[in-house]
Design a binder for this molecule. Structure first.
Ligand code: CTP
Length: 443
């Protein structure tokens, strides 16, 4: 019996897939089809797969060509499968020519002609209207957003607005997009906006974008007052628009895995969360010179509060701040101490004091440690009483990591709420409340 194996995502099952499977089956007597998991596709940069794994498997089965379906969940698996299933022929479409030649030491490798003019990528683009995104603000983070957005199929950054037309023009030229002097015209040109302007301007821009019926992805901190956050989420619901706070850590695959493990009982009950993020900045930077809204906590507080709020919830009993101020009165180093009924959290951040940027989650039977930069969670360890008992976990975090939040923002615009839990409305409101408390005490 000749055994054949092939692999694919098989998203939005199409004619190209059908023909490939038919010809793969015809190469032998028994066909095994490996279907990729969502996690595996994410790690290899396929972020917008529409169909679930179950649907994709069902569609492969329905073709009638697969004698067996397996799941492909990691790189390197193909070689093991070829040996494990005693495969005679490995086959994939001609878009992969050369890539799998290394398997020819173990079986025959056949690249089948790809069916022309059809692909899942094309169908995904046809199915969903491409979201035209406009950027408000032209600072460093806005510049990072554009190359990341290019990696997410289904969005296209097309416009920029900045009240200073020269800055907008410079930014537009650099990225090949259109600059707008009038915000009304800017709104007409886009479906959604990414707000990366100074913190205190977020509220006004979010409000006007929502009033124009635009979806909003806003950099953290979303707003600096609880009532503003509540009002904006209510407005977003009325306008049937997505309002989404861009704390990139919340959307990166490693951080989601970490939260799942922390809550799974692997370290018992979580009793303490300590998160630290420091980034030394010069005295002349916006972060350390804007008397009203600058300082460490407004700049970095969202990151360090996030794991505490995610693990203990939004209903803290008390939050207290220790603050070290610089000459102009802005906080250069801040610790926010949270007390909960069952534990406590410390959120430490600094622009003028350097410390170890670690995340430490302590539980009744062990702890989880993530070294800097934990806010780009890629690797973490679970420790227990026995120092030799260490479990290691890793996930990919690519480049600036904004692609994960952009992809989740897009899927929410397209009607999927499967990422909503990553940063809920209630969590964003709680963080705005804490920012408000901090500013009230310290300005
Ligand atoms: N395939 C094919 N002809 C097409 C599309 C895909 O023969 N027009 C083959 C691929 O070469 C691969 C298998 O079908 O062997 C599964 O491919 P998959 O990556 O799931 O499909 P694509 O449509 O190429 O998906 P995407 O656009 O997401 O890359």
């Amino acid at each position: 019996m000749t055994k054949v194996i092939t692999y694919g995502t098989f998203d939005l099952f199409h004619e190209g897939h059908y023909k490939l499977l038919k010809r793969a089956k015809a190469l032998g007597d028994y066909l095994i089809v490996g279907v990729t998991t969502e996690e595996y596709d994410q790690t290899r940069g396929k972020l917008n797969v529409v169909d679930s794994l179950v649907t994709r498997i069902e569609n492969v089965k329905k073709s009638g060509f697969a004698d067996e379906v397996i799941i492909e969940s990691s790189p390197g698996q193909k070689l093991l499968d070829v040996q494990k299933y005693h495969i005679d022929i490995f086959t994939v479409g001609s878009d992969w020519v050369g890539t799998f030649d290394y398997l020819s030491d173990y079986c025959k490798v056949v690249y089948l002609e790809r069916t022309k003019n059809i692909s899942s990528t094309m169908l995904r683009a046809q199915k969903k209207h491409i979201q035209r995104i406009g950027v408000i603000g032209t600072g460093r983070i806005a510049g990072r957003f554009i190359p990341e957005a290019k990696l997410v199929s289904g969005v296209n950054v097309e416009a920029v607005y900045n009240p200073h037309p020269e800055s907008a023009a410079r930014f537009a030229k650099k990225w090949g997009i259109d600059a707008y002097k009038e915000i009304e015209e800017f709104y007409q040109a886009v479906d959604a906006v990414y707000i990366a302007s100074p913190h205190e301007t977020h509220y006004g821009y979010i409000r006007s974008a929502l009033e124009h019926g635009k979806h909003v992805l806003c950099e953290k901190p979303l707003v600096l007052q609880k009532a503003q956050a509540e009002e904006l989420f209510t407005l977003a619901a009325e306008k049937k628009c997505i309002l989404f706070e861009g704390i990139k850590t919340a959307y990166c695959p490693g951080f989601s895995k970490l939260l799942g493990i922390a809550c799974s009982g692997m370290i018992g009950n979580v009793r303490s969360v300590e998160a630290c993020f420091t980034k030394l900045e010069g005295a002349q930077t916006r972060e350390l010179s804007d008397r009203k809204y600058g300082g460490s906590f407004t700049e970095l507080g969202s990151y360090v509060m996030l794991p505490i709020i995610k693990l203990f919830g939004s209903k803290y009993e008390d939050v207290r701040f220790d603050i070290l101020k610089g000459e102009n009165g802005l906080d250069i180093f801040t610790k926010a101490h949270f007390r909960y009924a069952n534990g406590f959290g410390t959120a430490t951040c600094g622009l003028g004091v350097k410390s170890e940027g670690k995340l430490l989650i302590s539980g009744t039977t062990g702890y989880i440690v993530v070294e800097a930069p934990w806010w780009k969670t890629a690797y973490f360890e679970v420790h227990h009483e026995n120092p030799n008992d260490v479990e290691k976990f890793s996930e990919r975090f690519l480049d600036d990591g904004l692609r994960y939040e952009i992809s989740d923002f897009l899927s929410m615009i397209n009607g999927s709420n499967k990422s909503e839990f990553k940063l809920t409305r209630g969590e964003s409101i709680a963080m705005a409340e804490i920012m408000e408390g901090f500013l009230h005490e310290n300005r």
